[in-house]
Design a protein around this ligand. Structure first.
Ligand code: NDP
Length: 239
């Protein structure tokens, strides 16, 4: 049997599509998110779904231990869970800033912390962190979201260097606009409308399958090959 892959934020969008894609390829999966009904509805074989808020390290760790007892050690962690709450910096609630920092940075770090040491001891493993094009450059109304994704880029590349000698790969996927639920949580309706207008100029965002294909490509390389970063966006996305 293939080795265990853990996907955070597997209840919708890129995470759910990646789960379906890797399951078709025969990987056993641990799917994590708060909406367990959505993950169970995927009905994938050799798959454990657990209701986990990635900020709760105890339940995150228990789910991984349970999956490892069933399928063996985690060979790949896909740190995908994230939130994007766009806002005007002088107006946005501090709670929204903190939520992005907590989920996009601290939640991602929780995942890395739970699996990295074991991977280095086994001299095998892959961590794929889902960042964003907003982790490479800034966009209006994205200040804190960009800050969290710049952090994902920096943390990923730094850890990659430090564990490379243990045969552990750390990769970044940085998508542009993708058709998912991500934008549904922004509370400023004028910003949501503006985003929709911007999206129209590019026809449509990427399909979540486009991003899942990039994740699958990275993971399915021989272990000696580390694709350090994939940046993908709609051809008509100009920024
Ligand atoms: P979705 O909103 O569809 O998916 C986000 C996922 O994150 C959901 O499954 C959600 O699950 C999960 N999540 C959020 N908070 C938590 C939490 N505290 N604990 C556990 N899971 C959590 O959006 P996408 O698929 O687009 O987002 C996936 C990743 O892709 C994110 O990191 C995002 O920043 C990144 N990205 C997306 C782009 C886009 O345009 N869509 C572009 C660039 C990057 P649940 O609510 O069930 O907990």
């Amino acid at each position: 049997m293939k080795k265990l892959v853990v996907i955070t934020g597997a209840s919708s969008g890129i995470g759910a599509t990646t789960a379906k894609t890797l399951s078709t390829q025969g990987y056993p999966l641990l799917l994590l998110g708060r909406r367990i009904d959505k993950m169970e509805a995927l009905n994938l074989p050799n798959t454990l779904c657990r209701k986990v808020d990635i900020l709760d390290v105890t339940s995150f760790q228990s789910a991984i231990q349970e999956a490892e007892a069933k399928f063996g050690p985690v060979d790949c962690l896909i740190n995908n869970a994230g939130v994007m709450l766009l806002g005007k910096p002088e107006k946005q609630a501090l709670t929204e800033w903190n939520q992005m920092i907590d989920v996009n940075i601290k939640g991602l770090l929780n995942g890395i912390h739970l699996v990295l040491e074991g991977m280095t001891q086994r001299n095998h493993g892959t961590i794929i962190n889902i960042s964003s094009i907003a982790g490479r450059k800034t966009f209006s109304d994205h200040a804190i979201y960009c800050g969290t994704k710049f952090a994902v880029h920096a943390i990923s590349e730094n850890i990659r260097q430090e564990v490379s000698n243990s045969n552990v790969r750390v990769s970044i996927v940085a998508p542009g606009v993708t058709e998912t639920e991500l934008m549904d949580h922004t509370t400023n309706s004028a910003i949501v409308d503006g985003y929709k207008e911007w999206k129209k100029t590019m026809g449509a965002g990427l399909d979540s399958q486009d991003v899942a294909n990039a994740i699958s490509y990275i993971y399915n390389q021989p272990q000696r090959v580390c694709i350090r970063e994939v940046v993908l966006a709609p051809t008509k996305q100009d920024s």
